[in-house]
Design a protein. Sequence first.
Length: 190
Amino acid sequence: MKPTAAPERRENEEPDERVDWSRVVFDRLVDAGVSLFAHVPDAGNAEIVRLAEEHNASRAVLLSSEQEGVALCAGADLVGGRGVLLMQSSGVGNCPNMLSLIKAGSFPLLMIVTMRGDYGEQNPWQYPMGQAVEPVLDAMGVQTIRVENRRDLEGAVDAALSAVFKAGQCVALVLSQKFLGAKDFDIATA
């Protein structure tokens, strides 16, 4: 297994916070035996995907829709593997029907959801699904663990991994915009 190196920094250059937290999450996932990283392209999870693509013992799988990742992670469990589904909050709306597979089949599932439509959001189109993420997941029996700041990240990741891979639960680790930072949006150029 080839460890991935953190990107080099120039002297006096501030570390990229996304690289820092993504490395923490990725390392904990790999240490827990996660080798499948199912994802739909999203800037919030892009660094985790990059790390998975560069790591010899893991595989990043590009999806056309988030619900495919639910089934892919269930399949990984059937053959003794471990996967994670990476998505933006808008993708949660694509998953309820397939989440019934997880519930009925008692499959463990870990999702990492990067939020839009909450703290500091400038794009009005992101609010409806952003506000529905946790109610939708709750309705489908998915436990949510929300990260609002950097100091809570490690504990939240460990709690999610324990619930999923030791207790067989379905958990969404929700990374808030307060944690990630809100994206700029200009309605005139959208």
